[in-house]
Design a protein around this ligand. Structure first.
Ligand code: HEC
Ligand code: HEC
Length: 262
C-alpha cells in the first residue's frame, strides 16, 4: 500500500476518486433499496473494496467456475468468518484462506467444506460449520476452484449492505442474508432445509409457534446464536457458533428481525 513515488501517487488519484464515487453511489443505492431487495446485487459496482483504506481492486479475468465460487463464498457467508477474499482478520479463531489452496489438496478442501472442522460438544469459539447437506457438489467444487485460484477479487460479489438508521429489524433482515442464516433457515425463517440424519430431519424454522414457545426470551435466542448448538457429528448440520463474529448489537438486530416473522 505504500506510495513510493510521485508519479505512482498521481496515477492513483483518479482511481481513488472513482472508488470514492462508487462508494457514495453504493451507500445511496443501499438506502434507496432498503428492505425487500436484498437478493439483488448492485450492477454498477466494479470492485470488491468499499471500506476505508480500500483501493479499487483490479478487474481480474477468472474462469466461470472461479467466478461462481466467489459468489458462493459470499452467499454462504464464508467471507463473514474468513474475511473478504479470504483475507482473515475477522476473529483469531478463523484462519485466512489465502494459502490453503497451495497446502491442501482438492480432496482435503472438499472434505473440510462438507464435514466442517474443529467442532466440539461445547464450542467456545467459532468452528468450521458442516455444509455437506446444505451446499451442492457443484457449489463445493466451485468453492474449491476459487480457493485454489487464490481467492481473487471478482466483480459483483459484495455482501449485502446493512442499512444504518432504519431500525433494528431492517438491519437484522440484512444481517440474516449477509451472515447466511437464510441458507440454512430459509427465507422468512420458514425452515425446510433438509438435515436428513438429525432427529428433526430438517434444519428448524425460526418462525411459528414451536419456535416462539421454546425461544420465548431474547436471552435464549441470543445464547444459541452466540454459542451455536452442536447436535451431532458430520454429516449432521449443526448451528454454527457466531460469538466473536457477530457483535452484541448485530445479535440484537437479528432478534428484532426474527420477531417480525410469522
Ligand atoms: C461461523 C464461521 C465460519 C464460516 C461461516 C465458515 N468457516 Fe471455514 N472455518 C472456520 C473456522 C473457525 C475454521 C478453523 C477450524 C479449525 O481449524 O479448528 C475454518 C476452517 C476452514 C478451512 C480450513 C483452513 C485451514 O487452514 O485448515 C477451509 C478450507 C474453510 N474453513 C473454508 C470455508 C468455506 C468455503 C466456507 C463457506 C462455505 C466457510 N469456511 C465458512 C469458520 C467458518
Ligand atoms: C449451517 C447451517 C446453519 C446456519 C448458517 C445457521 N444456522 Fe441456526 N441452526 C442450525 C441448526 C441445525 C439448528 C438446530 C440446532 C438444535 O436443534 O439444537 C439451528 C438453530 C438455530 C436457532 C434455535 C432454533 C431451534 O429451534 O433450535 C436459532 C435462533 C438460530 N439457529 C439462528 C440462526 C441465525 C440468526 C443464523 C445466522 C447468523 C443462523 N442460525 C445460521 C443451522 C444453521
Amino acid at each position: 500500500m505504500a506510495d513510493d513515488g510521485r508519479s505512482r501517487r498521481e496515477a492513483r488519484i483518479l482511481p481513488a476518486l472513482i472508488g470514492a464515487g462508487i462508494a457514495v453511489a453504493i451507500a445511496v443505492g443501499v438506502l434507496a433499496y432498503a428492505a425487500g431487495h436484498y437478493g439483488e446485487r448492485t450492477k454498477t459496482v466494479t470492485t470488491q473494496a468499499t471500506g476505508p483504506g480500500a483501493t479499487p481492486a483490479p478487474t481480474t479475468r477468472v474462469s466461470p467456475q472461479v467466478a461462481a465460487g466467489a459468489h458462493t463464498f459470499v452467499q454462504f457467508a464464508c467471507a463473514q468468518c474468513h474475511g473478504l477474499d479470504g483475507r482473515g482478520g475477522v476473529d483469531p479463531a478463523v484462519p485466512a484462506l489465502k494459502s490453503v489452496g497451495q497446502t491442501l489438496t482438492i480432496a482435503q478442501l472438499k472434505h473440510i467444506i462438507d464435514h466442517g472442522l474443529g467442532a466440539s460438544a461445547n464450542p467456545k469459539q467459532p468452528y468450521m460449520p458442516v455444509w455437506g447437506e446444505v451446499i451442492s457438489k457443484t457449489q463445493v467444487a466451485d468453492l474449491v476452484a476459487y480457493i485454489r485460484a487464490g481467492l481473487p477479487a471478482v466483480t459483483g460479489t459484495q455482501p449485502v449492505s446493512v442499512p444504518a438508521g432504519q431500525g433494528a429489524a431492517v438491519a437484522g433482515a440484512a444481517l440474516y442474508v449477509r451472515y447466511g442464516c437464510v441458507n440454512c433457515h430459509g427465507p422468512n425463517g420458514l425452515g425446510g432445509v433438509p438435515n436428513p440424519l438429525s432427529a428433526d430431519k430438517t434444519i428448524p424454522p425460526l418462525s411459528g409457534g414451536d419456535f416462539r414457545g421454546e425461544f420465548n426470551t431474547d436471552a435464549k435466542i441470543a445464547a444459541v446464536i452466540r454459542s451455536g448448538s452442536v447436535i451431532g457429528r458430520a454429516p449432521i448440520v449443526s448451528m454454527p457458533h457466531w460469538g466473536g463474529i457477530l457483535s452484541k448489537q448485530q445479535i440484537a438486530e437479528l432478534i428484532a428481525y426474527l420477531k417480525t416473522l410469522k
